[in-house]
Design a protein. Sequence first.
Length: 672
Amino acid sequence: VGYDHKAMGITARGAWESVRRHFRELGRDVATDEITVVGVGDMSGDVFGNGMLLSEQLRIVAAFDHRHVFLDPAPDPAASYAERRRLFELPRSSWADYDEARISAGGGVYPRTLKRIPVSDEVGAVLGIDPEPVGLDPSELIRAILRAPVDLLWNGGIGTYVKASGETHADAGDKSNDAVRVDGAELRVAVVGEGGNLGLTQRGRIEYARAGGRVNTDAVDNSAGVDCSDHEVNIKILLDSLVERGELAAERRDEQIAATTEDVAALVLTDNVAQNELLGVARAHAADMLNVHEALVRDLETRGELDRALDVLPDAEGFEARRASGEGLSGPELATVMAHVKLDLTESLAASELPDAEVFARRLPSYFPQVLAGDYPTAVAAHPLRRRIVTTMLANQVVDGGGLSYVHRLVSEVSATPSDAVRAYQVATRVFGLDALATEIAAAGLPTAVSDRLTLAARRLLDRASRWLLTHRPQPLAVGAETQRFSRSVAELDAQVPSMLRGLEAEGLAERVEAMVDLGAPIGLADRAVGGLYSFGLLDVTEIAEIAESDHDGDPDDLAGVAALYYALSDHLGLHELLTAVAGLSRRDRWDALARLSLRDELYSSLRAVTLDVLAGTDPTETPDEKIAHWEQANASRLSRARSSLADIARSGRSDLATVSVAARQIRSMVR
């Protein structure tokens, strides 16, 4: 008793989420746009058959399996869909069962045992080859099918059909298909979907992707089947424990497994969507992140978590060549890195006490179908594999939400542990509502070029908030207490921040929001995603207000007043210009990146210190401008020296590491 994967179509549905994301990047919708397809497999197969029924707009112009070659150069989408469904539901069908009356002119179904297969003008046109009056032998025709200039290559069969041009057929390890195999550089399809295993070698995928093709890895595309099996095992363990204790009849257990089929499918496909969004965003800014990805790969290799040769990842010279060409890691390489990052984080968290903490353990019920979690809460809480389930859920959530390098950067930049990074992720996402923002971005139906930019804007807030929490708060973070502490302030002030900004900061926010809106983002969504970079300062505002309350013996400026002063001082001190200069500094290597981060932290720290200094010497009832004026007057001699140095820097026109460092120190010197 269990889940019937073919009846669920779960592996194909998971792979289809990869295909859907790839076509979204091309500005196409697989549900409504006609998609031309060549395929490996036939309609009796689980992955091929289920996959080719996932859209009524598919036009399968050619396919093959070990028995037949199918050619239909101009299929009618509706008629061919109906015929494919008939074959899928027909026991042990083959392409030979396809109704010839539904095949377009010039097509047909041919046994692979023939010496020659005719190639009509229509077939030649759709496959991008010259028609052959005498035909082609089956192997030549299959190679032409694999090289066809169509939209999608859907692999739902068995065998390795694509290698890299630098590989031999022996390297592919599939001697039975040596005669039909092609090179990745020869593929002319826009997208490859890998429902089946090992359809391409990893080097073949990379060669195809670097030439402009869209492909993940087979491990990513067909992961839904594995995920479904994991859920099945864990659900059986849950229900069997109830049967053993006499709390559930065996017949009722079987009924509940069957009844949760689609609930499990929904949980699994949610994982597939999240993983594909992660990879899509990673591809979108792979070139910008090359240095970070190189450091990440080096770290994983140093700790024995990957082998560059086995995993087909660039060595130092390979990364340098990508840098010189302005190219990042390809999609298949990013998919490999993702797998290692998730495994590494899972093992690290499993070795820590973090999965046992109540704030994390309480997410366990969300792994199971809602009906089971609701009916058997005690059994769920006592699940023998609860710790491992929670650990895996956390690793997936943090990597999918924070990006491939989120944990790595926090570990290397602020000497955090992976557990520290997960705690910071939890606090930052809850305080700033980043999970809800991500859901809203996903639901907006935007082009990927827009949704990716919104996601990256939200991640900038996540990164900065996480660094702040790991730098300014006691460690390990008390997730519940810190979330409660900062959530109140952010909830109260977040919507007011745009109106508190002044000068170049206000202009910068308006320009960024306008740019997003011009691309098609709803203005409210653009405001929340882009404005988060300025809301980040509310973490400092919260602490400043608490310190001021202590200094004033419980008679503090109100929180909104502190925030207004904080943002007014940011403009008054010219922080926008300095932060812009920091953003423009070199990013050649890790040390450049650390220098930039250090300078940014110093500037924000100085703003925090100046705000406290102003509050300490002024009347809480004054306006921000009055407070600043009184502070300037009371500290005129010290401030004049700093302003003189800042003016000299501004007149120099330089914005390199040296000048920005001096400017940061001058602002720090304004504090008594």
